[in-house]
Write a protein that binds this ligand. Structure first.
Ligand code: IPD
Ligand code: CA
Length: 262
């Protein structure tokens, strides 16, 4: 049974009726200067929880702004009402709603909607990935001509030396680096053939679940660089790329860098 069209309709509704039109009238501190949530994030999550819950009543719901982080059922929705909240409050267009569906631990459906960019990414396991209804595939660029998406995780500033040091290390071996401020959009940009590689440390499941399904269905691949972590419940380290070869090269480059610097 396919849920994709219903999820696309649900996410588009939340994007067009809440993300695009609601006023940000509350910014709630979640414990640090970098970590906050707006009334719009909360409204979107509440709506998605109700509508997705009606679609598969037995599925668990893991949302960034919800208290329940438990997934023990066959299905779990993994939802970020706004990925790139810091961009959202500043009016930077690179932010989105991200809805993933995990079945027995595997991401089987992903919908990422960036309302301000008018970009709707959608994928279901085995059916390919689309952007606004058109099929997308990852680029064929090799490592030397890759654009690498860097992540300076704002919540994990203790990792800054490692992350910035790694960028300095790989820069001479690739074309360039970018940073947009949304993990979901990073994965979708690889899926759409715009950029090639991505490495992020300490990322949450709701930031990546939908994007990983979309990336895989567009021909890309990923690996978790963290040991013994339940990636749908905890923070993990993720590497993603347009091709298996570039994923291997990214892994080797970090391995070499890590062994020299630690
Ligand atoms: C953040 C974004 C950002 C990543 C952070 C995430 P949020 O999500 O995806 O790119 O570096 O680690 O937490 O907080 O805006 O939903
Ligand atoms: Ca968020």
């Amino acid at each position: 049974m396919s849920y994709l069209q219903e999820v696309v309709t649900t996410v588009r509704g939340a994007g067009d009726q809440l993300f695009k039109t609601s006023c940000i009238n509350k910014i709630i501190d979640k414990g640090s200067v970098e970590n906050y949530v707006t009334n719009v994030d909360l409204q979107i999550e509440q709506r998605l929880r109700e509508e997705l819950g009606a679609l598969i009543p037995e599925a668990d719901f893991i949302g960034e702004e919800s208290n329940s982080k438990n997934a023990s059922s066959e299905y779990a929705w993994i939802v970020d009402p706004i990925d790139g909240t810091a961009n959202f409050v500043r009016g930077i267009k690179e932010c989105c709603i991200s809805v993933g569906l995990v079945k027995n631990g595997n991401p089987v459906l992903g919908v990422v909607y960036a309302p301000w960019l008018c970009e709707m990414y959608a994928a279901e396991e085995g059916c390919g990935a689309t952007l606004n209804g058109e099929k997308i595939v990852t680029s064929k660029r090799d490592f030397r001509t890759a654009i690498h998406y860097m992540s300076s995780s704002s919540y994990n500033k203790d990792k800054a030396d490692d992350m910035v040091g790694f960028i300095k290390w790989i820069l001479p071996t690739i074309e360039d680096v970018r940073r947009f401020g949304s993990a979901a959009m990073a994965l979708c940009n690889i899926a759409a053939g715009r950029i090639e590689t991505y490495f992020v440390q300490g990322i949450y499941p709701w930031d990546i679940c939908a994007g990983l399904c979309i990336l895989k269905e567009a021909g890309g691949n990923y690996l978790f660089h963290s040991e013994e972590v339940d990636v749908w419940k905890e923070q993990s380290d993720l590497m993603a790329a347009n091709s298996n070869l570039n994923l291997e090269q990214l892994y080797s480059a970090y391995d070499m860098y890590y062994n020299i610097t630690h």
